[in-house]
Design a protein around this ligand. Sequence first.
Ligand code: TXA
Ligand code: MG
Length: 351
Amino acid sequence: MKKRFITEIIRVNARKPSYAIIRKAANLIRKGEVIAFPTETVYGLGGNALDPSSVSKIYKIKGRPSDNPLIVHIADMKTFSTLVSEIPPEASRIISKFWPGPITLVLKKSKILPEITTGGLNTVAVRMPRNNVALELIKESRFPIAAPSANISGKPSPTNASHVKDDLNGKIKLILDGGSTEIGIESTVIDMTQRTPVILRPGGISKESIEDEIGKVHSHKSLLGLHRSTTNVNKSPGMKYRHYSPNAQVILVEGTEFNAKNKIIELTQKLKSQGKKVCIMTTSKSLKVNADKVQYMGKTLEAIARNLFANLREADKNNTDIIIVQGIQYNKAGFAIMNRLKKAAITSIRV
Ligand code: TXA
Ligand code: MG
């Protein structure tokens, strides 16, 4: 797509956004434009979910395949009830516990949603974000807002306004800059149309927390496959596409701290001797390795999640050839982080 716009970036107070700024952004949405805004998870690229022409702009700008449906964002329960045709009791329980917050429910859709918003499916994915800029924007625009992550399709999701600018400068009129996002990975997507709900994408709310609330849920079996799962792609169309991939190739190394560190050192030596530019992302502060860059991923799972995409984007700078990432645990928030890393990686080594 050709550059057509001057992209304006407006700084906005994330807790108490100025009404004038929100109104300006909401007017663009009401006119059928598409803009970027912060949520608590990642930045979204939003347009009027009920307007096929707005939604089609979103797909075009991102370069997103049209069979991969969008999440519809709402700010009140009245709008929610106009979008879905059935609300199972477990869905209501998740909503009262976690909304506004980083969990998206897949439910049977109502007739008011255009086909393009839901990629032709008979279900819709809905969430209420926990971010005042997002909530005020949705309220002021008086439409539900369809918003995928505001990155070029296939790239790591943006967690600050400059990531959005790197991907979409000249393609949209406005980026609302509400600072770095609080959670850093996307919402959990859970299919509530099954007898036992199925997690289609792990995210900001862990499986453990959901099960504490509603009992057993399944995880879709493709969640930890390397990119491009081929099984059951129709469940969540997003699963079959490569995701979260920087330009450099990502190699994931999993195993005990000791084994993983040794493998990372060995791999780095080999790749450096082949003339490659290598960046390491590690959870170990004591790793001594002769790489071009070493990035510490953080101490807690929350910190690792918050910085994950920013770290991948940072590691990708200055023509890095290979990013070697040290794997982490699979439980709680670790599951969503490992899901993103597995999808970003071209290969995964267990030692
Ligand atoms: O945290 C988030 O969810 C962010 C912020 C902006 O809200 N949004 C986001 O959207 O990550 P996106 O489009 O990048 O990812 C949406 C995911 C995709 O994997 C898509 O396939 C899935 O949700 N999805 C959307 N509608 C669906 C449906 N009706 N059935 C199954 N999966 C659906
Ligand atoms: Mg996305």
